[in-house]
Design a protein around this ligand. Structure first.
Ligand SMILES: C[S@@+](CC[C@H](N)C(=O)[O-])C[C@H]1O[C@@H](n2cnc3c(N)ncnc32)[C@H](O)[C@@H]1O
Length: 217
């Protein structure tokens, strides 16, 4: 069993043990003694931690998050790490993401398409500790591969692959097998676990980049 990263704890909220980070709450999030509940039913990163997956998260890191949506998971990561580059392209969630960034110095919102890393390469440095990928589209594996360039050699890809967004006509296990093979060209997969029942037909993957001479991407 893996222990939780520093900065993440299990706390009691209304008689229930839940994951929590220390920071300012968003909306009516439950809090206790400076800790805010981190909902593993809505955040795939929280679900991975709840299942004791070793995702490599630690204080002081610099991370890139693709598919930030309204920035809730990003806000919890920002409670722990130094910098979160948060990429999101849909106008509606971007409004909330910008509000999250306004109140957190470590969040750098990028209203960009994660399929086009060149469009933010002038802002995001390379050598990052973690790359989170939660775009939940058909191109999930290619987005993870295209953004590998920002990761340090010993960095980690942490992604939640949603089978039904990749191919709704195939069985999730078959979709995951293809996705793992595709990812395997650029990454060495260290752990892969289904997130059911909290996140139906999602596969959480932790991987490290293969050296550049093995893969050009
Ligand atoms: C499953 S949601 C993310 C949820 C969020 N990560 C969380 O934990 O709260 C997927 C998000 O990815 C965004 N997205 C999908 N394709 C994208 C792309 N190519 N570039 C940037 N954002 C993208 C969608 O607009 C959506 O907000």
């Amino acid at each position: 069993m893996t222990s939780l990263p520093s900065g993440v704890s299990r706390r009691e909220f209304n008689g229930q043990q839940r994951l929590a980070t220390r920071g300012d709450p968003i909306g009516d999030e439950p809090t206790t003694n400076g800790w805010r509940a981190w909902d593993s039913a809505t955040s795939k990163v929280a679900a991975m931690l709840d299942r004791d997956m070793a995702i490599g998260l630690a204080p002081g890191q610099r991370v890139l998050y693709l598919g930030a949506a309204a920035g809730t998971t990003v806000s919890h990561l920002a409670d722990i790490v130094d910098v979160v580059y948060a990429v999101e392209f849909a106008p509606r969630p971007v409004r909330d993401l910008l509000a999250v960034a306004d109140s957190r110095a470590g969040v750098i919102p990028l209203v960009k398409d994660a399929r086009q890393p060149d469009s933010y390469a002038h802002v995001v440095e390379s050598g990052l500790d973690l790359l989170f990928q939660d775009v939940a589209t058909r191109e999930q594996t290619s987005v993870a591969i295209a953004n590998r360039r920002f990761l340090a050699a010993d960095g980690r890809l942490v992604c939640a692959l949603k089978a039904r967004s990749i191919d709704v006509t195939r069985e999730p296990e078959a979709v995951f097998e293809t996705a793992r093979a595709e990812l395997g060209e650029a990454y060495e997969i260290l752990a892969a676990e289904r997130l059911d029942p909290l996140h139906r037909d999602h596969l959480a993957v932790v991987a490290r980049p293969r050296p550049n001479d093995e893969h050009e991407g």
